[in-house]
Ligand binder design. Structure first.
Ligand code: KIV
Length: 277
């Protein structure tokens, strides 16, 4: 195994990140990152930054379509976003999130939806939410050649059943999550996303399985970390979840640019002679 197993070790390497690369990174203790992306520019910029995995999340429901939860977004709304991200990248592994209601009914429904994302939008893998109850779906995808990331802990599509946005896996409930992760690994999942659990539960799950864990509010011991890009870059306003760290203030940058444009137009400073024909 190389000392730097990251497929992005060489900035120019046009190699497509594939599932074995992620497993090699776990084996080598090399932490990696995933960001959401929903369009061409965000995807291309994050790939340039060396982010190996891009998730076209059902969080597009909130962050693109303006809904108040992830439940509303449809397969037909997400397909063009996945297509834009996979067309705009050469190296990142692109994962399509399966929307609420598009996979829970049966393994066959799940396969049908996942195939649409692979064939019509160029996704390289899919993600679905749920624990042991999703084993038939994960088995069906894995045996059909579709890499699948499972998502446990707090699962936003189940927010009404879970009683809102709440930390999962406290106390004795931790064992349920460990059992779920092991069952999903045995069913063929290539990775497990863990959302909003105590850090020690994130660690216990990560140690209990051989496939990578991707944490969001699941502590520092996961093999990888994911954030929604608008949260990470400071585009979103209002109160942020505790697990978010803002690495930029893009909202202020964009607001400033829009105000400068408006002021220059009002003052007659734009367009200048250099912008005319
Ligand atoms: O859709 C999404 O953005 C997610 C997050 C947990 C990363 O699933």
């Amino acid at each position: 195994m190389s000392e730097h197993p990251s497929p992005y070790a060489s900035a120019q390497a046009p190699v497509r990140v594939r599932i074995p690369h992620l497993q090699q990174m776990k084996a080598a203790g090399h932490k990696w990152t995933m960001l959401t992306a929903y369009d061409m520019y965000s995807a291309a910029i994050f790939e340039e930054a060396g982010i190996p995995v891009l998730l076209v999340g059902d969080s597009a429901s909130n962050n693109v379509f303006g809904n108040t939860s992830t439940l509303a977004v449809t397969v037909d709304e997400l397909l063009p976003l996945v297509r834009a991200v996979s067309r705009s990248t050469r190296r990142a592994l692109v994962i399509a999130d399966l929307p609420f209601g598009s996979y829970q009914a049966s393994a066959e429904q799940c396969l049908h939806t996942a195939v649409r994302f692979m064939k019509e939008a160029g996704a390289h893998a899919v993600k679905l939410e749920g624990g042991i109850e999703m084993v038939p779906q994960v088995q069906k995808l894995a045996t059909s050649g579709i890499p699948v990331m499972a998502h446990i802990g707090f699962t936003p599509q189940m927010e009404h059943q879970l009683g809102g946005y709440r930390v999962q896996g406290r106390g004795e409930d931790a064992q349920r999550l460990i059992d779920s992760a092991q069952a999903l690994e045995a069913a063929g999942a290539f990775a497990i996303l863990i959302e909003m659990v105590p850090a020690e539960v994130g660690r216990a799950i990560t140690e209990a399985i051989a496939i990578p864990t991707v944490g969001i509010g699941a502590g520092p011991h996961c093999d990888a970390q994911v954030l929604v890009w608008q949260d990470m870059a400071g585009l979103r306003d209002g109160q942020l979840p505790r697990f978010v760290k803002q690495y930029a203030d893009l909202r202020a940058v964009l607001r400033g640019a829009a105000m400068a444009f408006a002021e220059e137009v009002q003052a007659g400073a734009f367009p200048g002679p250099e912008h005319g024909f």
